[in-house]
Design a binder for this molecule. Structure first.
Ligand code: PLP
Length: 449
């Protein structure tokens, strides 16, 4: 017997990212409350949220300052828009603050509500920009296999995961191309060093650009650390080599910092951790610690000037959302950035990272853990059937799903990405809680073995 909430859900709710054919056969997990790094379900079970929800609730699930900021903003100005030169105090201050913390000098900030919208907007800006500078053929965007950039038609086209394409008639042809995924453990050749692997991938990218015609390639988009594609931490030197190629052919670099932004990798942005100099940067999630839906697109002065001039010719920049610069979301984001500063969240993340990575890497001793990958406070283990050959489990073994279920039963929420298990705890986690998280994961692994 399900609870009445669960019954209503099964009857009425078309879920995101769920096997809808199993609706009603799998009991919905009804979360009723958040408390620090924990969430509590309607049966009173308390879980460590080892994924910060969807890589987003960086300050946990009950931060008093964010609740106060949202309440105050809601009481003062619950909504206003930012079309036709309209603005509000929170969004103006947030734009200014984002330019201050940007990893490279940026010109302006555009706001949306989700990571998908931010990436969709970034792609549109890339096209608008190239039309503006008189290069109307330069329109193709290269992304990477296994990338995740969201689910709007354009963002999903940039993504490189089959589940976002299959039967959605994506990617939209012929604007989106995909290049190799920088996962050394899976795609490195026998005996190939990480550096040689990175060099080879940059060469492959260059060959692709030459085959397409450099005058048709507009931008390259990449997550500093690939998230949904399996928490792929790039090999050393990868982005330097890739960007050298991009610069050679005058191709814009878009950093998708939707997961990596705001401290996750130990710096404010993953671009700093991995030496990326983006022309356009998208961010969301940690921007508001997920307390309100808000995302941002930062564009360089060069891109902005061209876009602005073009909008002058058309009489308007014909792009923007009802909720672009939403005052409550912006007020919460502004407060989040203050909390990151007041509570030294970046330093905290850097201090705790060795403990987190030590515990994560020690899991490669376990029978089915082929690889552990981590940076800052994000990481993953990849389960394999055979550690020597690195052979994966047969898909019907559902090793990742099983391990996540065992972890849930042990009081820990993790995310299975195929047979990779991702961990991305709130940045407010403390040392004892990290230890507890890994004891629970170890107990789950005991059950898998
Ligand atoms: N980009 C990255 C790297 C993401 O991880 C995600 C979501 O997980 C998105 C974009 C899409 O964000 P949203 O789900 O807010 O549209």
């Amino acid at each position: 017997m399900y609870s009445s909430i669960a019954n209503k859900d099964v009857a009425a709710h078309l879920h995101s990212y769920t096997n809808l054919a199993q609706s009603g056969q799998v009991e919905p997990l009804v979360i009723v409350q958040g408390d620090g790094i924990h969430v509590i379900d309607e049966k009173g079970r308390r879980f460590i949220e080892g994924m910060s929800g969807l890589w987003c609730a960086s300050l946990g699930f009950s931060h008093p300052r964010l609740i106060a900021a949202a309440t105050k903003a809601m009481q003062t100005l619950p909504y206003y828009h930012t079309f036709y030169h309209r603005t509000n105090s929170a969004v103006a201050q947030l734009a200014e603050r984002l330019l201050e913390v940007a990893p490279v000098p940026m010109g302006k900030v555009f706001f949306a509500s989700s990571g998908s919208e931010a990436n969709d907007s970034a792609a549109k800006m890339v096209w608008y920009y190239h039309n503006a500078i008189g290069k109307p053929l330069k329109k193709k965007i290269i992304a990477r296999r296994n990338a995740y950039h969201g689910v709007t038609a354009v963002a999903a086209s940039m993504g490189g995961l089959a589940s976002n394409h299959n039967d959605f008639d994506l990617p939209i042809a012929p604007r989106f191309l995909h290049t190799d995924c920088p996962h050394h453990y899976r795609y490195g050749l026998a005996g190939e060093s990480e550096e040689a692997f990175a060099t080879r991938l940059a060469q492959v990218l260059e060959e692709q650009i030459l085959a397409e015609g450099p005058d048709t390639v507009a931008a390259f988009i990449a997550e500093p650390v690939m998230g949904a594609g399996g928490v792929i931490v790039p090999p050393a030197g990868y982005f330097e080599k890739v960007q050298a190629v991009l610069r050679k052919y005058d191709i814009l670099m878009i950093a998708d910092e939707v997961i990596c932004g705001f401290g996750r990798t130990g710096n404010m942005f993953g671009s700093t951790t991995f030496n990326i100099q983006p022309d356009i940067l998208t961010c969301a999630k940690g921007l508001s610690s997920a307390y309100m839906p808000i995302s941002a697109v930062m564009v360089s002065a060069k891109v902005y000037e061209a876009i602005a001039a073009n909008s002058g010719r058309h009489g308007t920049f014909g792009h923007g959302y009802t909720y672009s610069g939403h005052p409550v979301a912006a007020a919460v984001a502004l407060e989040v950035l203050k909390v990151y500063e007041d509570d030294n969240i970046l330093a905290r993340c850097r201090d705790l990272a060795p403990r987190f990575s030590g515990a994560l890497r020690s899991l490669v001793e376990r029978r089915f853990v082929g690889e552990a990958r981590t940076v800052g406070l994000v990481g993953a283990i990849e389960l394999v059937q055979d550690k020597v050959s690195r052979a994966s489990f047969a898909p019907d073994r559902k090793a990742g799903v099983k391990l996540a279920q065992y972890a849930l039963e042990e009081g820990l929420i993790v995310r299975p990405l195929g047979d990779t298990i991702a961990l991305c705890p709130p940045l407010i986690i403390d040392a004892g809680q990290i230890d507890e998280m890994f004891s629970r994961l170890n107990r789950a692994l005991d059950r898998l073995e």
